[in-house]
Design a protein around this ligand. Sequence first.
Ligand code: FES
Length: 144
Amino acid sequence: MSEAPASPNERRTFLGIILAAIGAFAAGAFGWSLFRFLSPVDRGGEDNQVRVTRDLVAIGGAHFFAFQGRPAVVLQPRAGEFVALSAVCTHLGCIVKWIDESQEFLCPCHAGRFAPSGQVLGGPPPRALDTYPVILDGDDILIG
Ligand code: FES
C-alpha cells in the first residue's frame, strides 16, 4: 500500500510551518541577545572584590591582576601601605607598565607617566589613573 504524493497545498502548509518555526527561533535569539545587552551589569557587592595575597606585592613593587575584566595593579609604596589602581591609561587606554627603578608607571603608547598614587607626572594623559578601595584582611588585600 503506497501513500499518495503530497498535494501542492500540503507542501505549502508544511513549508509555512517550517518557515514560521525558523522565524520564531530567530526572533527569540534576537530578543534574548537584546535583553542581555540592555540588562544592567551588577558591579556592586563582595563578589566583585578581588583578593590578592600580600606576599605577591613586594615593597616598592607592583602586582598586576584583572579587576572586573580590566587590567589593574596593586602597589606597596611603603611597608604595609597598599594602593590599587586601574592599569588602563587615561589618555587612549593603553596598559601602563610599572618601572621599578623610577618608581612610576610609564605608558608605552605615548610616554604618559603616573606616580604610584596614580597622579599624572607627565605626557598626554588628561587625568589620574582610577583608584580602587583597598581593605587589608589578614594576609590578604581585598580590592574593590
Ligand atoms: S595611551 Fe597612554 S599616553 Fe597615550
